[in-house]
Design a binder for this molecule. Sequence first.
Ligand SMILES: [Zn+2]
Length: 263
Amino acid sequence: MNIPILAYHKIDTQFEWGINTVSPRLFERQIRFLAENGYQTISLEDYLFNQKKVARPIVITFDDAYQSVYRFGYPILKKYGFTATIFVIADYIGKENGWDVQLNGTIDKHLSWDEIRFLIDAGWEIGSHSSTHPDLTRLAHADLWYELAASRQQLEQNLHLAIKFISYPFNRVNDHVMQQAIDAGYEGGCCLADKHIGTEKYIPFAIPRIGVYSIDTLFWFKQRLTSNLVYTLDRLRLKAICFCANGSIYYKRIKKDKKNIAI
Ligand SMILES: [Zn+2]
């Protein structure tokens, strides 16, 4: 299956020190390029089960479910007849992103239940991005189960639809997490850079995606979809970005340890 799956985070005009925010202007140029070149969006479910036959399929996903996606991303996608898949942090729906490291003091809000329902009505697919956005590979069994199963249950009960996919926070996953995701009822899981897969049954739980960042030019974006060389380079780049993203996990861990010492 050589269908590209894009992974965005924030679509916003607000400046941030990281690379996760793509401006609405750049986002529209990317989406216009896709539309003009005959791409059509499909859901992850269509992708995994080969359900929808279109000439040039592409999957667009958003991690973290920020309100900016609803405000800036949704109208642009709608304009070009596209839909997307959005991965929601279940315990942070309608709340500020207290789980994240605030480098420059900017606070971002997550989608509310009503905004998520609006996107479902507009044809979007909803997935889980855990309950609280931790590094899933470091959790004890009960905590991991809460992140995987309780987030899925919370979303299903409130949205009245089946939650089939998970995107792993910080792109941190291993065979144990994948097995627990299967046991929790998921049908697939999304990564960023390619993950080493232990056995064949985990292939749907290591769906590779192309991360799109603020540093990406339109030229890079186009090349990424069409050139094998850039495809290889991008896999290396994603690994470097994910390695850097681990920094925020360590930062949070140090902060937590300090707090524990203080107490
Ligand atoms: Zn995330």
